[in-house]
Design a binder for this molecule. Structure first.
Ligand code: DNO
Length: 361
């Protein structure tokens, strides 16, 4: 596996490439052209400039998170053809620039959803948190206003003000899209893009819906083992793969994370690994990565990835805000650096146990 950190780009991220380069064991970043809107064709010159900046800092551009999907593709309106063509052109240009992993999601309207971006924990750190009753009390159109005050002056991925200005229309546009229609639209999109992925060896890695259930009555399909296996089978091409995000699938305690990882052998192209602490089934917060701080056994998650021979990019996920850092919630430097180091430590121990023939269990 290749340990990476997500980086939003100069001018968007509070964390610098120099800082990332100094985290032991982190050799690459996952980035994007943060200023582009879903549906736009990416310019080759912008892709190459991003890549050069990262390489000049001694790191590798290990993949893109995300090339976002225009709503027309998810809804299945006639203009999706143009947006799929645009997507194919962007993939072609990424492939020509030697980029081989693209993360995306197929969530209607909102990307991930949280009710709080700065819940205080007993140690004084602040974290992103989800409380179902709080979400149920929010009018969806007001969701952005409700949480934007906690964004520390940053623009969070999936919460771009340009899109949020049209939330009401978006809800209307999705009114006749149910789970089956969303599956069909995803299939259509994947079938259209697979040839370019085959040509340039681009691994598409769908990110799960977060949380892993319907929010505000919108359809949600990438939520559990049955659905993700259905997706793998409906377009049975190794380039149609997943981002295994423990913090997103893990929102539903019925998801057995190590078992899901094992069932996706060969199709996990990117991993987001983090812990969650459940206070009840309806309330969780994003703990430190360490197993003992949350509800997941992080060793078992890393072991499952090791067992399936995972060799793609991996990244620590949302970190806590600690040591008075002011950054995009979830995306500060310090706690993600701790997370990367911890995950690297688990991996080294698993690898050495294996090499020495020590049975891990
Ligand atoms: C949240 C992220 C998501 C993810 C997208 C992928 O912090 O994990 O925004 O990047 O869903 O397209």
């Amino acid at each position: 596996m290749q340990m990476t950190l997500r980086w939003y780009g100069t001018g968007y991220d509070t964390v610098t490439l120099k800082q990332i380069r100094q985290i032991p064991g982190v050799t690459g970043v996952i980035s994007t052209l943060y200023g582009t809107q879903p549906g736009e064709v990416w310019e080759t010159s912008d892709i190459l400039a991003l890549k050069k900046e990262i390489e000049d800092a001694g790191l590798k551009l290990a993949g893109i998170e995300s090339v976002n999907i225009h709503d027309a593709i998810k809804i299945g309106t006639p203009d999706r053809e143009q947006y799929i063509d645009n997507y194919i052109t962007t993939l072609e240009r990424l492939g020509q620039a030697d980029v081989h992993m693209v993360c995306y999601n197929f969530m209607p309207v909102f990307d991930w959803t949280r009710s709080e971006l700065a819940r205080k924990r007993p140690d004084g750190s602040t974290v992103l948190a989800y409380n179902q009753a709080a979400i149920d009390a929010i009018v969806p159109e007001k969701m952005f206003e409700t949480i934007s005050g906690e964004m520390n002056g940053t623009v969070m991925p999936g919460w771009e003000p340009e899109r949020m200005a049209h939330v009401k229309e978006l809800f209307e546009a999705y009114s006749d899209v149910d789970d089956e229609k969303l599956f069909a639209n995803l299939k259509y999109f994947l079938e259209r893009i697979m040839p370019v992925c085959d040509k340039y060896d681009i691994n598409m890695a769908i990110h799960p819906d977060d949380p892993a259930w319907s929010v505000f009555g919108l359809p949600r399909i990438i939520i559990n083992k049955a659905n993700i296996l259905r997706m793998m089978q409906m377009v049975d091409n190794p380039h149609n793969g997943v981002t295994f995000c423990s913090g997103s699938y893990g929102t539903n305690l019925e998801n057995d994370l190590p078992d899901m990882i094992r069932s996706l052998k060969g199709r996990i192209h990117f991993a987001h690994v983090r812990n969650l602490k459940f206070n009840s089934q309806q309330d969780f917060e994003e703990a430190a990565h360490l197993s003992s701080d949350g509800s997941f056994d992080m060793y078992e998650i890393m072991l499952a990835l090791y067992d399936i021979g995972f060799d793609g990019p991996i990244r620590p996920d949302h970190g806590r805000m600690i040591w008075d850092e002011v950054a995009m919630p979830g995306y500060g430097l310090y706690d993600r650096a701790l997370g990367a180091t911890y995950l690297n430590g688990l991996w080294e121990a698993i690898e050495k146990s294996h090499e020495r023939g020590v049975t891990p269990r």
